[in-house]
Structure formats: structure tokens, C-alpha cells
Design a protein around this ligand. Structure first.
Ligand code: GDP
Length: 197
């Protein structure tokens, strides 16, 4: 597991606070409660790694984890932040837009979705960000343990067809469960390929 030694590096609230735009990084996005923290923790096999992203004040920052020298995982704020004041939301929109459109180190985007509620507006927006600059994206349908195998397979197929329709071959998709660890190896392969580790 090339992610076993991942550790918290820093949090950035604006461009000035970002680490140098060098090396490679993969961003993780997901609506609040989709299961993003659990997915990150399962990926790196550490129970508390992503807890840091949930501490008060960090929910409005990009949280960087070091995997290897100049290889980062980036936890994007759990969007769906209905309670965030209007001006903060504008700041965020600007920061995220800018990050996605200018960040050279960014190699790919992982979008975590609850398999029971896939492809909400927010998810489509994030996948659109990636597609608009030709960045590959990978959709993770998590909490697959909440569905029967048949229902999970049906959702996977439906989501795959919709992604294909919207963004052709730039987006891949898999099922996942932080509970059963189903799909962890598949996700590790995608992310380690993007990071070249
Ligand atoms: P986040 O807000 O996207 O970071 O979501 P969390 O990782 O904190 O998960 C939200 C809730 O979903 C928690 O109660 C988790 O225990 C639960 N959860 C996350 N992943 C799974 C999963 O794969 N299976 C099941 N059954 N529950 C999960």
C-alpha cells in the first residue's frame, strides 16, 4: 500500500497558502456525508487521517496530505455548505475555480458519492471542472454495502452510462465500501497511477 505513510501536511484557505505548484496531486471531492473521510481513511489505511479535515475552521480549506515527496492527496471542502454566508461562498467558488483551472500539479479528481444518491448537482459541477480542463476524473460510489449486489451493479451501470454520455471517456467509475473495503484496491490503483507512485 503506497499510501500507508500518508500524513497531514497543511491547509490552504487561499492561493497564498497553497504549497508550491510542483510534483503531483489528486483531489477528493464529495458532498457532506457522502463518505469522503471514510473513503480517504480506507485508502491510506489510517483510521483518523481525514479527521483533520473535519475540525472546525478546516471545513473551508483545501487540506493537503503528503504521500511521498511532492505527492499529495488534497481533500476539498465537503461541499453542500448551505449554511456558509454568501460572501464566503463567493470566495470559495473563486478559489476552487482558480485552483482547478490553474493548478499544474493536479493530475486527477476523485468524486465520492453515496451510491444511493449519485450525480447530484454538486457532483456534476465538480466533474465539469475537471472535464473543462481535460483532467481525468474517477467517480466512487461508496456505501455499496448498503445495497444488494444486484442493486449496486445496476446503479454502477446507470452511472457509467450517464458519465459516458456527459463526458465520454474522461471519467471512470467504481463501487466502493469503507465498511467492507470492497473497491479499495481498485481506487488505490487509479490514484497511484495518477500520482506516479
Ligand atoms: P464525509 O462527510 O463525506 O467525510 O462522510 P463520512 O466519511 O464522515 O461518512 C458519513 C457517514 O457515513 C458516517 O456515519 C460513516 O460511518 C458512514 N459511512 C461512510 N462510508 C460508509 C460505507 O462505506 N458504508 C457504510 N455503511 N457507511 C459508511
Amino acid at each position: 500500500n503506497p499510501f500507508a505513510r500518508a500524513k497531514y501536511a497543511l491547509s490552504a484557505h487561499n492561493f497564498r497558502q497553497l504549497p508550491p505548484d510542483a510534483g503531483a496531486e489528486v483531489a477528493f471531492a464529495g458532498r457532506s456525508n457522502a463518505g469522503k473521510s471514510s473513503c480517504l481513511n480506507a485508502l491510506v489505511q489510517q483510521n483518523a487521517l481525514a479527521r483533520v479535515s473535519k475540525t472546525p475552521g478546516r471545513t473551508q480549506q483545501l487540506v493537503f496530505f503528503d504521500v511521498a515527496p511532492q505527492k499529495h492527496l488534497v481533500d476539498l471542502p465537503g461541499y453542500g455548505y448551505a449554511k456558509v454566508p454568501q460572501d464566503l461562498q463567493a470566495h470559495w467558488q473563486q478559489f476552487l475555480d482558480g485552483y482547478f483551472s490553474t493548478r499544474d500539479a493536479l493530475q486527477g479528481l476523485v468524486v465520492i458519492m453515496d451510491i444511493r444518491h449519485p450525480l447530484k448537482d454538486y457532483d456534476r459541477q465538480m466533474l465539469g471542472y475537471a472535464a473543462s480542463r481535460g483532467l481525468p476524473a474517477h467517480a466512487v460510489l461508496t456505501k455499496a454495502d448498503k445495497l444488494s449486489r444486484g442493486a449496486a451493479a445496476n446503479t454502477l451501470q446507470a452511472v457509467r452510462m450517464e458519465l459516458q454520455r456527459l463526458w465520454a471517456d474522461t471519467v471512470s467509475v467504481q463501487t466502493f465500501s469503507a465498511e467492507s473495503k470492497q473497491g479499495v484496491d481498485e481506487l488505490r490503483k487509479v490514484v497511484s497511477f495518477w500520482l506516479q507512485i
